[in-house]
Design a protein around this ligand. Sequence first.
Ligand code: AMP
Ligand code: MG
Length: 408
Amino acid sequence: MKEGRTPLLSAEEVWARMREDAAPVADCETIALADAVSRVLAQDLRAPITVPGFDNSAMDGYAFRASDAQGARELPVGLRVAAGDKPGTLAPGSACRIFTGAPLPSGADTVVIQERCERRGDTLILPDKWTPHANIRRAGEDIRAGDVILERGRALTPQAVGLAASCGFTEILARRRVRVAVLSTGDELRAAGSGPLREGQIYDSNRPMLNALLARLGCERVAAGALGDDLAHTRQALRDAAQAADVIITTGGVSVGEEDHVKAAVEAEGTLALWRVAIKPGKPLAFGRVGAAHFLGLPGNPVSAFVTFLLFVQPFLKAVMGAAPTPLRAFPVHAAFARETPDGRREFVRARLVAREGGSLWAETHPRQSSGVLSSTVWAEGLIDIAAGRIVAAGDMVPFLPFEGILA
Ligand code: AMP
Ligand code: MG
C-alpha cells in the first residue's frame, strides 16, 4: 500500500473501523474493591440492602412530630439520639435532641436545625417558622435493595468504589486487565538513566508517556522496550510482544522512509492497515494484528503520539477492556485567538482556558503547535477541536476537550 495515495479517513471512520475489531477480553476475576478503581465491571452490581437503611436526620437539631408542635412553641426534650444509636421512641408531645446521621425516633417526622432553636434547660423553644418534614433523609433515598447500582461495562471511578462500599461490597467481578506492550523505535533513542546523550541522540519520551497513560487507564504493562531501526529486530520484538500482550503499541518508524521498518515488520508477522487520518497532529496511524495481539502504530513525534493515543488508542483499549463506549465531550468556550487560514484537516490545537470578567472562559492556544514541542502539552489543559476548513475569529465559540475529560 502506498501511503501517499491512500485516502484520508475521518476520525469517525477510524473509530468505527477500530471498534469492529475491539472484542473485549473474555476472562473475568474476582478482585478486592480496594483494588478496583479503573477496573471494568463484568456484571451488574445489585444492591443487597437499602441505603440509607432507616430514616435519619440530615442536620444537628431537634426532632419532633409536626402535629404536636402546630399550636405549641415549647416542647420538653426527652430523648437524645446520636449517629450510631438505636432510634428509640418519642413520647407524644415531646422533642428529641438529634444529630446528623442519627436514626429518627419513631413518632418524629420533622427536624429543625439547632441554630434556629433555643434551649432552656429541658425545654426546646421553636422558631416562629419551621417546615414540617424537613431535614430528614428517607430510608432508600439513595439506593433500594435490588437496584442495579453499577452496570456491567462501567470502569470504576473512585466514587463508584464508594457507592459499592456503601452497599457492603468488599469484592467485585471484573474483566481481567488488558496487557499492553509499548515499543518505541528509533536509532536515536536513549532511555533516560542509561547515560548521557551522544551527538544526534534524544531521550525516549514516548515510552514513559505511553506507559503513564496506560497506568491511568488501568492496563497491565508488559515488558517491552526500545528498538533500533532494524527489520529483523523489529520482527523479533513484535513476535515476543504478541506472546505476552493483548495489544502492542509502537511509536515511530511507520512512515515509508528507508529507516522505517515497523510497517514491513508487521506485514511480515501479521496484517496491517495503514490509515491516513484527516487530523492534525497525527496523520499516519497503523492498525492491525500480530498473532493474536492487536497492533497499533503511532507516529514518532511525541505530541502526535499523545494526541493519537487520546483520540484513538484510548477508546480502542476501553473497548478491549470491556468498558461501554463514552463519547468525547467537548464544551464550548470563546476563542482568544483567530485562525484566518483554514486547514484541510480537522485540527486539535493545544490550548488552555482563562476566565474573563463575568466568568466566561476563553481558550488561548500555545504559540508552538509543532508536533515535537512536548512542553506545549504540559502547558495546555486540553485541545480545541477545529473542523477542517474552519476559519475562527476571536470571540467565536469553539469546542474544548479538557485533558481531564479525555484521560481515563
Ligand atoms: P519517526 O516517526 O520515527 O520518523 O519519528 C518522528 C520524530 O519523532 C523524529 O524526530 C524522532 O526522533 C521522534 N521520535 C520518535 N520516537 C520517539 C520517542 N520514543 N521519544 C521521543 N521522540 C521520538
Ligand atoms: Mg524513527
